[in-house]
Design a binder for this molecule. Structure first.
Ligand SMILES: Nc1ncnc2c1ncn2[C@@H]1O[C@H](COP(=O)(O)OP(=O)(O)O)[C@@H](O)[C@H]1O
Ligand SMILES: [Mg+2]
Length: 136
């Protein structure tokens, strides 16, 4: 499904709608350049799942766990991941199918995953416009 977001409000709507479709055991791969809106999308998605705390950009923390109304949500950022051992270091494999797993920069090691939803966010430097493609 392809969307054009013209504002944060649009992105919030798209993320909420997507959130409704989740059962609680999905792997969600977020793909897009720095500043595309992966963390922003995640923030709205988590808020729609009832997560109240702030979603920090895990670029700095690699993994953050949240309790949501559909179970646990594990939010990863693979930007600084240099090898698969790094994934073991944050116990990535223990989180699979234990809840909703959200991965920013997932294209880095997407080969190791087999069943996932992919969200591609593109921007072309035009202020607030984002092209969001949700591939289920
Ligand atoms: N329509 C939009 N959708 C999402 N983010 C937007 C939009 N317009 C502007 N932005 C801004 O773009 C930036 C995206 O940053 P971030 O979500 O951290 O990107 P990423 O995690 O992909 O590096 C934020 O500052 C956000 O406010
Ligand atoms: Mg980010």
């Amino acid at each position: 499904m392809k969307y054009t977001s013209k504002s944060l409000k649009d992105t919030e709507k798209i993320a909420r709608e997507f959130g409704k479709s989740l059962k609680g055991n999905e792997i969600i791969c977020l793909v897009g350049d720095l500043g595309a809106g992966k963390t922003t999308f995640t923030k709205y998605l988590l808020s729609s799942l009832g997560v109240e705390e702030d979603v920090l950009s895990p670029t700095f923390i690699l993994r953050s766990d949240h309790k949501s109304k559909k179970g646990m949500v594990y939010h990863f950022d693979w930007y600084r991941m240099d090898n698969k051992e790094d994934l073991l270091g944050v116990d990535f494999f223990d989180t699979l199918y234990d809840g909703i797993v959200i991965i920013e920069w997932a294209d880095k090691y997407i080969r190791i995953l087999d069943d996932y939803k992919k969200i591609v966010i593109n921007f072309e430097g035009k202020d607030n416009i984002r092209y969001i493609d949700i591939i289920r």
